[in-house]
Design a protein around this ligand. Structure first.
Ligand SMILES: Nc1ncnc2c1ncn2[C@@H]1O[C@H](COP(=O)(O)OP(=O)(O)OP(=O)(O)O)[C@@H](O)[C@H]1O
Length: 268
């Protein structure tokens, strides 16, 4: 189905956030997005539709445009032309990075960036959404709510036994999970995760697939990844990008059996 058709099918008159009319029921809608860097066409008509609560894996050869796509979604890169709509009403091509993050799009880059000298629990606390110290009289209540939220997040990312350790003492895989936890603390609607298992052990990779599947029960997630065993373990729809556009999309079995995907990516 073409993205334009998907938009038409997903069209709805249901009210969006703040009563605005939704353009689409999809959480993320990209259509014919084009980005050029100094004459190089990094995105050449990329279209992609992500449903609410959907997890999607993005694969594709180096230079296919995966990172550029994330940059467009987060407002880091402005497309030359094309449509990028979040939550049915927000035109991502006109918003800055801070505004887009506030809308509920969280991004995790490949390299973990945690506060090494702080404890694991404090890293989550520092990332929690919402103003602090605004209501001193509610401190006790606030602390309790925050403590419960921190516990929840540490449980999801499997770091409860490590909560009091400095982040510097964690393994590489555990630091990645902590950063995913910090992303969750921001309460995003959509998590963008770039190559989370690069450098992980097999056991950590398996654990990461499990935790992303858990997170995907309540959030939409887009994962860029080259490790096909991991992509299979995510048990989600897969999109293969090539030369700045979607080459194939479907189940892991369908996409990995697609001769075009084998030719440009898997067979190399
Ligand atoms: N700021 C930039 N200036 C010039 N060219 C760029 C810039 N950013 C990306 N490119 C080029 O655009 C193309 C797409 O890059 P992109 O990083 O999106 O690919 P990718 O699919 O994420 O690749 P990888 O798997 O290697 O991370 C590449 O050829 C890259 O060199």
């Amino acid at each position: 189905m073409s993205a334009a058709l998907a938009l038409a099918e997903a069209s709805s008159t249901s009210p969006g956030p703040a009563g605005a009319k939704r353009l689409t029921n999809a959480l993320l809608y990209l259509d014919d997005v084009r980005v050029t860097f100094d004459g190089y066409r990094a995105l050449r008509g990329l279209s992609l539709t992500l449903g609410r609560g959907e997890m999607r894996a993005i694969i594709g050869p180096n230079g296919a445009g995966k990172t550029t796509m994330m940059d467009v979604i987060t407002g880091k890169t402005r497309p030359d032309t094309g449509t990028a709509v979040f939550d049915g009403v927000h035109d991502l091509t006109t918003l800055d990075e801070a505004t887009i993050a506030d809308l509920g799009i969280g991004r995790k880059f490949q390299k973990p960036t945690v506060f090494e000298s702080h404890t694991v629990a404090d890293n989550i606390l520092l990332a929690l959404k919402g103003p602090r110290r605004a209501f001193p009289s509610l401190f006790g209540w606030r602390n309790r709510v925050e403590a419960e939220r921190i516990d929840d997040i540490l449980r999801i990312v499997g770091l409860v036994p490590h909560r009091a350790r400095p982040a510097a003492d964690l393994s590489h895989g555990q630091k990645q999970w902590l950063e995913i936890g910090m992303l969750l603390a921001q309460d995003p609607k959509l998590l963008l995760v770039d190559e989370p298992v690069a450098g992980m052990t097999d056991a950590e990779t398996e654990e990461t697939a499990k935790l992303l599947r858990e997170i995907a029960k309540d959030h939409a997630v887009v994962v860029i990844e080259h490790d096909m065993h991991f992509v299979r373990a995510l048990e989600c729809r897969v999109t293969c990008l090539h030369e700045g556009a979607a080459l194939a999309e479907g189940s892991i079995d369908a996409v990995s059996a697609d001769p075009r995907v084998v030719e440009v990516y898997l067979g190399r």
